[in-house]
Design a protein around this ligand. Sequence first.
Ligand SMILES: Nc1nc2c(c(=O)[nH]1)N[C@H]1C(S)=C(S)[C@@H](COP(=O)(O)OP(=O)(O)OC[C@H]3O[C@@H](n4cnc5c(=O)[nH]c(N)nc54)[C@H](O)[C@@H]3O)O[C@H]1N2
Ligand SMILES: Nc1nc2c(c(=O)[nH]1)N[C@H]1C(S)=C(S)[C@@H](COP(=O)(O)OP(=O)(O)OC[C@H]3O[C@@H](n4cnc5c(=O)[nH]c(N)nc54)[C@H](O)[C@@H]3O)O[C@H]1N2
Ligand SMILES: [Mo]
Length: 768
Amino acid sequence: MKTNNSSGYTASHWGIFKPVLNKDGRIEKLEAYKEDHRPSPNLNKIAELPYCDKRIRYPMVRESYFREGPASREKRGSDRWVRVSWNDALSLVAKEMRRIYDHYGPSAMFGRSYGWMSCGEVNSAVTLNRRLLRLCGGFVECVNSYSTAAIAPVLSCVFGDSDPRCSDWDDILNNSRRVVLWGCDPLITNDVDWSTTLHNSYPKFEALKASGIKTIVVNPLRTQTGAYLESEWIAPFPGTDCALMLAMIHTLHQSGRLDTDFIERCTEGFKPFMAYVLGEKDGVVKSAEWAEAKCGVSAQRIRELAHELRDNRTMIMMGWGPQRAQFGEQPPRMAAALACALGHIGLPGGGFGTHYHYCSGGSLSGIGPSVRGIGSNVKPVLPYKHDGAGTLVIPVARFAECFLNPGESFYYMDKKRTYPEIRMVMWAGGNPFSHQPQTNRLAKAWKKPETVVVTDCFWTPTALNADIVLPACTFFERNDITGIGTYTNDGIVYMKKAIEPMYESKSDYEIYSLLAAKMGCADSFTCGRSEEDWIRVIYQEAAYSRRGFGVTLPDYETFKAEGVILFDKKKNEKPYIAFEDFRNDPQAYPLPTRSGKIEITNEEIQDCHYTDCPSYPVYLEQTEFVRAEDKKYPFALVSAKSAHRLHSQLGGLTKEGEAEPVMVNEENAREKGIVSGDTVIVKNDRGAILAKALVTADIRKDVICVRHGAWYEPKEIDGRSIDVGGCSNTLTPDIPTSRFTCGNVASCGLADVEKYVQAEQKAQKEPL
Ligand SMILES: Nc1nc2c(c(=O)[nH]1)N[C@H]1C(S)=C(S)[C@@H](COP(=O)(O)OP(=O)(O)OC[C@H]3O[C@@H](n4cnc5c(=O)[nH]c(N)nc54)[C@H](O)[C@@H]3O)O[C@H]1N2
Ligand SMILES: Nc1nc2c(c(=O)[nH]1)N[C@H]1C(S)=C(S)[C@@H](COP(=O)(O)OP(=O)(O)OC[C@H]3O[C@@H](n4cnc5c(=O)[nH]c(N)nc54)[C@H](O)[C@@H]3O)O[C@H]1N2
Ligand SMILES: [Mo]
């Protein structure tokens, strides 16, 4: 174990650093922690966060809400704001919570409050919100995430594990001959971690580049990772990966090269799937020529690729981009089937891994305890009417649909369910006006509840659409504790406050403790503990949990003084190879699936009888498909993660007039008369955004990319509503991936791009 005499560090999703203050006590810069393998390129921006001019300075109430209460909800988003005292703001929230619980019970309360907030186990805003609402009687619970809504449930069906552990990087570096980066861009996405990070995977990608192992990117974008690794780039149209993979399987079958030994010993239900590949039922042979017409990759390259991967030990690194689309369940299932067909699962350097792009997945983990937070799993203590809402569950991304259509039934997994009627929304630490598809539809749905309370540090579009806004301080302005590395468990950080809370902002813990006091459940909420008490308890519980495992942590005062503790790494005799035991002896080491094998055909899914998610993986053409005859909207939209933001976070620092880029292929740009730097309008039937053209060869023709997380800012221009903030979700459809998982879509939907001249010309005559 290593400790560092380094008190003064804090931690963020982007890593650990020490804020350096200038003589006026202002954060001037951030010094990256010395063990950080690749300090985030965003450090300079992060240092500006507390001083962002979008900070919420005081508790605020929407003017008409202040006067008339919930009746004025139509004015949400367009009203003026009234500054109130903390006491008045919290009394107002508590009064409304009581009214809702008294009259309607927990099934009217929306409290899941999805979001990435900041790290820190005591000030986990999402947890605190849920903890309080549970004590009050409960709320409508949401299942799934926006990250892995489709992939996680289907991998549970296929492998019996929603996120099977990947083979170690050392195994790849020693044994792989091909690495396929399928729908992922790890150099962008490993910049952040759900807890905090040492960026362990960056040296691995450096080693991969140095190794000479051939890498192949399958993505409509060339990707930052592909450019760095100088990978071969195969660019299918978005949403067509399954066609490409099916044709690869077909090719191997035709040349007698399927790994039939592996398929027979280790998979379940490959036969009916193969009958589909061969077109025995639908009369459509999933040949390379068939796939070329769908995915735009030449039949010859598809055939060569199948053989190339069969002949060379291949690791498929599957990202989560392809599953955030209509029928998003299919690409991960199909990739598993392809990996089985190639037969490399369980062999050194081979197989399929689904988190090399996320939180340093595949890197060695530390030997030490995991830090467990304050928790929200508490029993109701208040005597409000209880209507059994604890059992009410909606898939998280269907919440706008739920607000719009209470009482309507919907399908999810194997059941038909009903949407409850939501009357109050309590949101802390998340930004639905950034994360939910089809933002203009959300804006309508958001008008339905009677009261909306938002706790955030910034005037995000979500805060602007609230009735009561509570200002949280940033992680720079509070003490806290966090583990390091979601998959890698590298150690623990005492997050030390760098500056005092600015304006009237308070830590989330203080805000929610005060609100709990107003509700009459302060003791149950705080357990009589201050923030500092909780940090100590969380640390000591972690230390205690590993006593007897040969891991002794320093005492609390030492930890606090040192600031960062790093655990020793597990030293395996040989690198971990996913599914190795299972492959060697599937009877002795069965998977936790019904059959104990990899389920290509799955009964649980089959029993649902959904045409949008059948029993084995298939290619389903998305409703909005780029090669459709209707050329009204000729481009397929991709909205990948941005290297410069964590979702919408840091987006508030965008300078006035700095438009969000849209990547446009060179050839398309020429046809459209667009050059880099042009202001363009990107539009479809769901909305329109203003963006700045980035003309490039790094995107497939007929595909455009607006990265995720720019701030929604609708304005009336030329008689229509245009989102001048450039939020990609203004253009995405709010549809479920399928009835099976009801996942969210992101890279999905068609749009058009044109040079934006109209309003500029008009602006010269009559300024807007
Ligand atoms: N089009 C498109 N849509 C997507 C995606 C995509 O790729 N494309 N990705 C999806 C995915 S994977 C995800 S996970 C979601 C993410 O969606 P979100 O998690 O909602 O996105 P964030 O912008 O991280 O929102 C966090 C909010 O918490 C606030 N915050 C930060 N620190 C604190 C704090 O200490 N206290 C409080 N109270 N608030 C704080 C921030 O200001 C911010 O408003 O988006 C999803 N939506
Ligand atoms: N810098 C940064 N890093 C992040 C985040 C962030 O906001 N910013 N968010 C974090 C979170 S919460 C999550 S869940 C992970 C998400 O990690 P991912 O989901 O893997 O990231 P995305 O960028 O959404 O998608 C990955 C890639 O999928 C590609 N793609 C989209 N559609 C298709 C398709 O149909 N076929 C193929 N082959 N490729 C397609 C996109 O071009 C993109 O390069 O990232 C995490 N890391
Ligand atoms: Mo995510």
